[in-house]
Write a new protein. Structure first.
Length: 304
């Protein structure tokens, strides 16, 4: 999917355990004035999140965080010089000529940052991605409910947890970038977005059917409903595979009772499945579970 296009390498743990413990207090110190601006309503949610990402990057890569330049784009927004940043002189020179915070995102391939992060932040700023900033980690069912409504959350950690791995697997910057990448996967391709809306609507409608007392199945199920954001047919393939693997085909068959699925669903994940025709049949079926969502969703192009 093109929405996963990236500039630089991205992985779960961007820095070591020891480095996190050292940088944590300094990061919190630099984030404090940004938090105050946000609390006072002087900084929007997308601008706070952009400043959050840049604060981390400018700490870790003081002279090189802006990365490669792109073709100059003018984007209205809050002047970056009015924000409590502390940049190296070399970086100040590179930013000369740029006026707003969104222009930094539009004109630089930030170091070690996937392109999807820039794109998600810019489209959020422009009102095309209806995201919700959180300072906590929502439960999978809460994320499912948001996605059913055409929304997604972005979590920014601003407390002592910045000094350790979040949920044992990601540092705080990686956690926020992960959410932004998923937002881009959700919204970037409109056809894919609409299919996901149908899939998540189906999941919310049938949520009570699934046996989440089975720990391994629950882990796969929660991943599918809250942390995958892919083509709806792929989501269904993963769901069906988990259902059949852990509980058998009869469990899957019972789930479809009263859902009136097309025959294509029953041959999904088999050699008989013909995606050229059957994808459309399943997507049409999924569309019946879609809830009304904002019509303004759509990605703003960002060149690589």
């Amino acid at each position: 999917m093109k929405s996963s296009s990236r500039a630089g390498r991205f992985k779960k743990k961007l820095v070591s355990d020891a480095a996190l413990r050292l940088e944590g207090p300094r990061i919190l110190e630099r984030l404090a004035p940004l938090e105050k601006l946000y609390a006072l309503g002087n900084l929007s949610a997308p601008d706070f999140t952009a400043a959050y990402v840049i604060t981390y990057l400018s700490h870790r890569f003081p002279t090189t965080w802006p990365g490669a330049t792109r073709e100059l784009q003018r984007v209205p927004g809050i002047p970056w010089r009015e924000l409590p940043f502390s940049f190296e002189e070399k970086v100040e020179r590179r930013l000369k000529g740029l006026e707003t915070l969104p222009e930094i995102l539009a004109n630089f391939a930030l170091r070690s940052t996937p392109l999807a992060v820039n794109r998600a932040l810019l489209n959020w700023h422009q009102g095309r991605y209806p995201l919700e900033l959180m300072f906590r980690i929502p439960r999978p069912q809460e994320v499912l409910r948001q996605q059913t409504q055409g929304r997604r959350c972005v979590t920014a950690i601003t407390d002592a947890r910045v000094s350790s791995y979040i949920l044992g697997e990601r540092d705080a910057l990686s956690f926020t970038m992960h959410d932004l990448i998923h937002a881009d996967h959700f919204y970037f391709d409109n056809h894919c977005y609409e299919g996901q809306l149908g899939f998540y609507g189906l999941m919310e409608r049938t949520l009570g059917y699934f046996d989440l007392s089975h720990e391994k199945f629950a882990a796969e199920f929660e991943y599918v409903i809250s942390d995958m954001n892919a083509y709806a047919i792929h989501l269904l393939k993963c769901l069906k595979s988990a259902m059949v693997f852990y509980f058998g085909d009869e469990y899957f068959q019972r789930w479809t009772t009263n859902l009136r699925p097309p025959e294509a669903l029953f041959v999904l994940n088999t050699p008989s499945y013909a995606p050229q025709t059957m994808d459309a049949e399943i997507l049409d079926w999924l569309s019946t579970f879609r809830s009304p969502v904002p019509e303004s969703v759509g990605a703003r192009p960002l060149s690589s």
